[in-house]
Design a protein around this ligand. Structure first.
Ligand code: SAM
Ligand code: SF4
Length: 331
């Protein structure tokens, strides 16, 4: 089944789907309290994981249907060997305009330059604290990670815009909201505060740890008057941005718990084992890996999956633990 290049597929609700998030591994060098259990996760067997060639083949088949932007994620994508090779292969796929990475930043001091050389455009880095002891306590791994050093290395390598994502947890790191926001007064970085979501196995966290975005914005107003802002020029995402007068960077909030973005959702996801997920939170997924390995045309499967993309998620009605962790579905 061939589609003319330049086609943009819409789902059953008329949403244009042009953004694919690709998980390249379910593994991670961190065990963030809100994402993974500390021990005992069963990893996908190696033969189940898509090779870089297979990922590139899937993107190559789907790009003519409207995919223009890719984000490489995980798990932690930078622990998969030679990630730059994948970036280079995806860069060569016709019609792909933008390649981004989501990372915990640990390896970015060494990887920023090779990834840029391979064609990476931009990066979102997670950082939940600026204090080494707290970083280790939240990540439950004691690896050398200095968010400012990693962000600076990324900026020097030419990645732009640089977005820093902070999951805000009451009583754990919510007293650092102002410190993170202050970074935007000195650097052209975009700090986005994310409401904690009740996904995966979060035994130590409860709904009381969720800090609503209104409360985060209240705290931010301590820095000065905040004006609504368009945010970084490149990259459209589900964040609302604000700028302190004169600041080179912006602050933003992502509010999966108190507001939904489903009406403007433009994305689908590919899990590390080759399943297409049309909604982050539902159970619905389509196996692309086995048909790909059998030499089948993926286009009809993709068209059908988009036709069934749900209208919205039902996070607010769910209980903690009722959903797969973001590390497993390519958050
Ligand atoms: N390892 C990379 C990282 O940490 O950025 C990429 C994968 S991670 C699953 C993607 C994003 O999901 C991160 O920004 C992380 O903070 C966020 N995330 C994971 N679990 C979350 C949760 N329960 N609530 C809110 N955000 C979550
Ligand atoms: Fe790893 Fe990212 Fe999940 Fe933290 S949020 S455990 S860094 S995948």
């Amino acid at each position: 089944m061939t589609m003319p290049a330049g086609t943009t597929l819409t789902d059953q609700f008329g949403r244009r789907i042009e953004y694919l998030r690709i998980s390249v591994t379910d593994r991670c060098n961190f065990r963030c309290v809100y994402c993974m259990p500390e021990e005992g996760l069963a990893w996908l067997p190696k033969q189940d994981i898509l090779s870089y060639e297979e990922i590139t083949e899937i993107v190559g088949q789907l790009a003519p249907l409207g995919l223009r932007r890719l984000r490489i994620t995980g798990g932690e994508p930078t622990i998969r060997p030679n990630l730059a090779a994948l970036v280079r292969m995806l860069r060569d796929v016709p019609l792909i305009e933008d390649i981004a990475l989501s990372t915990n930043g640990v390896r970015m001091t060494e990887l920023a330059e090779p990834l840029v050389a391979a064609g990476l455009d931009r990066v979102n880095m997670s950082a939940d604290s600026l204090r080494p002891d707290r970083i280790a306590a939240i990540a439950r791994r004691n690896l050398p990670f200095d968010p400012i050093r990693s962000a600076t290395a990324m900026e020097r390598a030419g990645l732009a815009p640089i977005k820093i994502n902070t999951v805000v947890m009451r009583g754990i790191n919510d007293d650092e909201v102002e410190d993170f926001a202050r970074l935007t007064l000195e650097h052209p970085w975009h700090v986005r505060f994310i409401e904690l979501m009740p996904v995966g196995d979060m035994r130590s966290l409860t709904w009381e740890h969720v800090v609503p975005s209104e409360e985060i914005l209240d705290r931010l107003s301590a820095l000065g008057s905040l004006a609504a802002d368009d945010g970084p020029a490149r990259g459209i995402g589900p964040a609302k941005f604000y700028r302190v007068a004169g600041a080179p960077g912006t602050v933003g909030v992502i509010t999966p718990m108190t507001h939904t973005y489903c009406g403007s959702c433009n994305r689908v996801r590919l899990t590390a084992d080759g399943r297409l997920r049309t909604c982050l939170y539902g159970d619905h997924e389509v196996n692309l890996r086995d048909p790909l390995r059998a030499g089948a045309d993926l286009v009809p499967l993709y068209v059908k999956a988009l036709a069934e993309k749900p209208l919205e998620h039902h996070l607010l009605q769910m209980q903690v633990g009722g959903l797969r962790a973001l590390s497993q579905v390519g958050g």
